[in-house]
Design a protein around this ligand. Structure first.
Ligand SMILES: C[S@@+](CC[C@H](N)C(=O)[O-])C[C@H]1O[C@@H](n2cnc3c(N)ncnc32)[C@H](O)[C@@H]1O
Length: 275
């Protein structure tokens, strides 16, 4: 690992001013894509400076890398909160790695980096925002997260991740499942259930010492049910549906695990990650 006072490239400065991420520094901050999208989706993105001010209100221990705190952005847009959250999580990984011996830093670091990514969830109703790859929506939230991950990896673990690297493939596997296209309101405009309850959700449990991860499957419905029980006034006799254990193995093999169908990274127009 490099000896570094790391500052992640997409962690708070307006993207146009970012010093160390060439792909993102060219992208000016865009708060509105079109008046139609403001009208139809309520789509106005939060300026990164305000994102940072809001995250600054959280207690610092929420960034502890293991076990990592889970964040869910239920209307994530193209990821302004998600990338800032991931950047803070990864900064905390750097601090944690300073406490382990040199020869363990890479192994522990790659697992904690994946744990940081995997504890970051988002949903948006617009595929353009999540997946990107369409005119005017070239880079979606998934790609931005992968860019932050890859840039951090190159800078802090001193390794440029090639497209066939199992860690990058596992990172892609994670964002394809954690950052989803979906309606987070319980009912659609037709008054029928929106399908939120059935959106599949992967839960992870990490062991950085041996680079191992366990994967379980649940649904947003079960998680929301649990949240509603926790915030409700009356005690409930019924707990949330337990998640179902699917697999345990090496972080290098996570990407090979089969789950229910997911919207692929480049499933729409062959959008490419900026490089
Ligand atoms: C005000 S923008 C906020 C975006 C992002 N959170 C940010 O702060 O930059 C609202 C977002 O909610 C999304 N959205 C609107 N209705 C939704 C729904 N029912 N479920 C999920 N996302 C929705 C829109 O596509 C839009 O990206």
């Amino acid at each position: 690992m490099k000896d570094t006072q790391h500052s992640c490239p997409d962690n708070g400065e307006p993207r146009s001013q970012s010093a160390s991420c060439p792909s993102l520094k060219k992208i000016p901050e865009r708060l509105v894509k079109s008046t139609e999208r403001v009208r139809d989706l309520g789509e106005v993105f939060t300026p990164v400076a305000i994102v940072q001010d809001m995250l600054n209100l959280l207690p610092t221990n929420v960034w502890h890398p293991h076990p990592a705190q889970t964040f869910l952005e239920p209307a994530c847009g193209d990821g302004n909160f998600l990338v800032a959250i991931l950047a803070r999580k990864l900064e905390a990984v750097v601090d944690a790695l300073a406490l382990v011996s040199d020869h363990r830093q890479i192994g522990v670091g790659r697992t904690l980096a994946l744990e940081s990514l995997a504890s970051t969830y988002g949903v948006d109703i617009s595929p353009d925002n999540v997946i990107g790859g369409t005119p005017g929506h070239e880079i979606g939230a998934r790609e931005r997260l992968l860019q932050v991950f890859s840039d951090w990896y190159a800078e802090c673990l001193d390794e440029k991740l090639q497209s066939d690297n199992p860690i990058l493939l596992s990172a892609e596997w994670i964002v394809e499942r954690n950052i989803q296209v979906g309606n987070m309101l319980p009912f659609g405009v037709d008054g029928k259930p929106s399908g939120r309850a059935h959106i599949p959700l992967v839960e992870y449990s990490w062991n950085p010492e041996i680079a191992e991860v366990s994967v379980s499957i649940t649904t947003f419905g079960a998680v929301m049910e649990n949240a509603e029980i926790e915030v409700g006034d009356a005690p409930s006799l019924f707990g949330a549906t337990p998640s179902k254990h699917l697999w345990t193995g090496s972080v290098f093999e996570l990407y090979q695990v089969q789950t229910q169908s997911v919207t692929s990274m480049r499933g729409r127009t062959g959008g490419q990650r900026a490089s």
